[in-house]
Design a protein around this ligand. Structure first.
Ligand SMILES: [Zn+2]
Length: 232
């Protein structure tokens, strides 16, 4: 095989290795990444806390209402029981009953508002729970897929690196060094294809003498960009 072709193939392998390594890095970064699930769990916990608080308020209001209802019953028993006959006392009892009933009315209104909040919060908890379930299932599926991709990429990389090694073993070490130094300096492309008399590395036309030399088995560098020329 022509030396320029061997180096060109080495470069193709290097490009594939780099792209797979990049993909592997990305997959590894996504593996175990569960921020969205954690955020949803935190939202659920906070909504559950709110719900508990509302339920507590509801119970407190209900107890207060029961308490007042008891007080009203006691006052009414005095009022209508016949034991109290003094008109002044009776009028005062009636005032107590009226006052208690007004207070109970306000508490009942407040309790209704709290019950509405409890219902809204219960709906929110149910909604978030469903979202969390979907999110967790999606996450598990994604993680499984990512593990599969990681396995595939690792196998592909092992294969590519083996091929790279075998190919480079057939090339003089100083030439491999030259190729690698050139790749570093030239943004990853050490070997440039020649197409229609043009170096694809710098897109400039090659002098006829260069073109003739490229057809031989020597390594020819582009006189403009310095890359190794490869005629496919
Ligand atoms: Zn060039």
């Amino acid at each position: 095989m022509n030396l320029a072709r061997q180096l060109y193939e080495l470069q193709e392998l290097d490009l594939e290795i780099e792209s797979d390594e990049q993909a592997l890095k990305q997959v590894t970064g996504q593996l175990g990444e569960n921020r969205a699930v954690l955020e949803m769990q935190a939202r659920l916990e906070s909504e559950q806390k709110r719900l508990e608080e509302f339920k507590h308020q509801q119970h407190t209001a209900e107890w207060e209402i029961d308490d007042i209802t008891g007080n009203i019953a006691a006052a009414e028993e005095k009022l209508f029981g016949g034991k109290v006959k003094n008109p002044k006392e009776l009028s005062s009892l009636q005032q107590d009953v009226d006052m208690l009933k007004t207070r109970r009315g306000r508490l009942e209104e407040k309790a209704l508002g709290v019950i509405e909040q409890v219902e809204q919060s219960e709906a929110a908890v149910a909604g978030i729970t469903a979202e969390l379930k979907t999110l967790t299932a999606d996450w598990k599926r994604q993680q499984k897929q990512l593990s599969g991709e990681m396995k595939k990429l690792k196998a592909a990389l092992a294969d590519l690196k083996g091929r790279w090694q075998r190919l480079s073993d057939g090339i003089a070490p100083e030439t491999v060094d030259l190729y690698q130094q050139l790749r570093e300096r030239k943004g990853g492309t050490a070997v440039a294809r020649v197409e229609q008399g043009i170096c694809r590395g710098c897109r400039l036309s090659l002098p006829t003498t260069d073109l003739q030399r490229v057809r031989g088995n020597n390594l020819v560098h582009c006189s403009s960009c310095g890359r190794i020329l490869f005629l496919a």
